[in-house]
Design a protein around this ligand. Sequence first.
Ligand code: ATP
Ligand code: CA
Ligand code: CA
Length: 431
Amino acid sequence: RVIVGTKVDQNHVNYVTAYNMLTGIRFTVSRINAKMDRELTSADFDAKHKFSFDITGNELIPSAKYDFKFKDYAPWVFRHLRAKFRLDPADYLMSLTSKYILSELGSPGKSGSFFYFSRDYKYIIKTIHHSEHKLLRKILPEYYRHVENNPDTLISQFYGLHRVKMAYGRKIHFVVMNNLFPPHRDIHQTFDLKGSTIGRDLHEADLERNPRATMKDLNWVRRNRHIEVGPTKREKFIEQLKRDVVLLQKLKIMDYSLLVGIHDAARGNEEKLRDKTLQVFQPGGDREEDTTPNSLMRTPSKLENERKARELRMLIKRERPVPLDKAAAKMPEELLDQRTHFFYAEDGGFRATHENDLPGEEVYYLGIIDCLTHYGTIKKIENFFKGLSNDRTQISPIAPEGYGERFINFIKGITMSREEAERKQEAQQAS
Ligand code: ATP
Ligand code: CA
Ligand code: CA
């Protein structure tokens, strides 16, 4: 079953919000990318720029379908981050254009965040709580340094931080980040792992209703699953994970998970490719079955794509005060900088390997997600109440140090070659 979601057309309750988000992103990203590149300064990390969109527009801001305000945070920093994450600027803009709109899946998750896919499924827009927004702004210099020193970091790749506000509406903060799952491969199983057991169980009955539902730690353990990699990959993976967790501990962040999507090459792509329109869904919580027929989800025609590309080139040209040849010289420079991300290099993911390091049957798509929760905010209270009734080391909201340690230990324990896992299982059965 393919997750398609409900299309967010003009009648959808979130249509205007989504349209405004994309319009704001498109404008601010092309605005910053039109400038001649330069080194970052410390002021760049605090920068914020506000723009008012309306139906008439002016010489600086193009007209929009609706009146709204848009705030762009640290645009220079995110431009550099996008380059470090090897995004092609034109490609990024193409993915996030406002013409092809959304679909929505299910009911709100626990956090109330909304998730939107870009139409090509490469990017996710996640609306975030104000406290998460404040945290990201605060940690941005350290996050940036970490990415600089760890090109293969598994922590969510943030490409932009913005805020949108409609007339009489509330302020909505959101980030743009990488979708860990590829558009071209079926993900047969998904797990959200924290290394905690209490409450970390998706009812198996829910899984029967929706085989693609995200499972949790206990489902993983029950299936006796492993991240099957041989010694070379294992070492590299655990090493990076440790470095990432050290940062999160230092920043007093917790409640993050390792999201693992598993593609079983033996099963292949039995289902249709996911639709290419921008979609919105709300994960977490109990999702409702989506019954939108695939035919309702329109894929843009080749002609439309070409027109889009033309428009985009014009848009970039119009907003580009730098001579084009200089800008072009800059682009190959950025491209030369590119090397592939170690964990996303094999078909967009991380291929299983055997004990002898030869490739296995599965491809893992994984990363550390939901890493903007500061221990100080609400978790202290939760910890107190949950701690009264449960084993303190097993509850999910323990302090960041312990959280990180437990997280690493769990992942380490489930990362081994298939042969090693089989030996372990045999030993267990024998005893
Ligand atoms: P809560 O705080 O209740 O855990 P949340 O609203 O903060 O929820 P996340 O934990 O960030 O949401 O993500 C919820 C689910 O959305 C994940 O389990 C996963 O299925 C999906 N998801 C989140 N981020 C990504 C990503 N970068 N790539 C692919 N899927 C993602
Ligand atoms: Ca989460
Ligand atoms: Ca969260």
